[in-house]
Design a binder for this molecule. Structure first.
Ligand code: NAD
Length: 247
């Protein structure tokens, strides 16, 4: 098992929802967390204060990771602040749901940019630093929707499936190094992303989940922790945390 004390992580979209749970979990295990946010500055400041009050170390950096210059700025800020980088969690994501017939080009491109191209944008500048770590970790937060597809989510499922292919290919390319690359595929997790779904449809979704409940952000965070601590021989995989929704 890897001792995470003093290791440095970037968590994109790390101020709210699943990202916030990941930031907290890593920080409570001794990781210095660079918590990226785009617009949630108050949530980011509050979370940094909360982590520090619990004896952890965190630093908030604003960057829109769908823009490559901003992702590079984020990675540079992390390395300038803490002198190293061991873990990169590509968690930032959005949905812009609509049936394909009504899907605008803008909402196609936006979802691909934030959910898929952002990982290219962060990994490119981060890789030289991760390669210097004795336990480099890239963890891409994909989705069950990237595995199964979903009505009204052609853009999102394309991005999340793309992330899985990207993960496998990069894992192969880096397999002889100390850097592992994995995807986590959450099912439906109780965050604003799911709470925005109309209540009636949420009820229909829960009925289809074999374990009959939504997941908690902390359950995804513990998957990230597992890959960081115990994942030296795990690469190119999809960790499905979905209550049995896809098997
Ligand atoms: P959320 O909306 O609560 O959080 C998403 C985070 O991403 C926010 O902090 C947001 O500010 C940030 N973000 C969005 N665009 C950004 C950008 N351009 N640059 C930087 N940050 C940006 O959603 P969540 O449910 O916590 O989702 C986190 C990740 O998990 C996403 O990638 C999402 O697709 C994935 N996921 C969520 C679920 C779910 O059921 N909630 C299921 C499967 C996958």
């Amino acid at each position: 098992m890897i001792n995470l004390n003093g290791k440095v992580a970037i968590v994109t979209g790390g101020a709210v929802g699943i990202g916030a749970a990941i930031s907290k979990e890593l920080a409570s295990n001794g990781v210095k967390v660079v918590l990226n946010y785009n617009s949630s500055s108050k949530a980011a400041e509050d979370l940094v204060a909360q982590i520090q009050a619990n004896g952890g170390e965190a630093y908030a950096v604003q960057a829109d990771v769908s823009v490559s210059e901003e992702a590079t700025k984020l990675v540079n800020a992390a390395v300038e602040k803490y002198g190293r980088l061991d873990i990169l969690v590509n968690n930032a994501g959005i949905t812009r749901d609509s049936s394909f017939k009504k899907l605008s080009e803008e909402n196609w491109r936006k979802v691909i940019d934030v959910n898929l191209n952002s990982s290219y944008n962060t990994i490119s500048p981060a890789l030289p630093h991760l390669s210097e770590s004795d336990a480099g970790r890239i963890i891409n937060i994909s989705s069950v929707i990237g595995q199964t597809g979903a009505f009204g989510q052609t853009n999102y499922s394309a991005a999340k499936a793309g992330l899985i292919g990207f993960t496998k290919s990069l894992a192969l390319e880096l397999a002889k190094t100390n850097v592992t690359v994995n995807a986590i595929c959450p099912g439906f997790i109780e965050t604003s992303m799911v709470l925005e779904i109309p209540e009636e449809i949420r009820g229909q979704i829960v009925a289809k989940i074999p374990q009959k409940r939504f997941g908690h952000p902390e359950e995804i965070a513990r998957g990230v922790l597992f890959l960081c601590k115990d994942g030296a021989y795990i690469t190119g995989q999809q960790l499905n945390i979905n209550g049995g929704l896809a098997m």
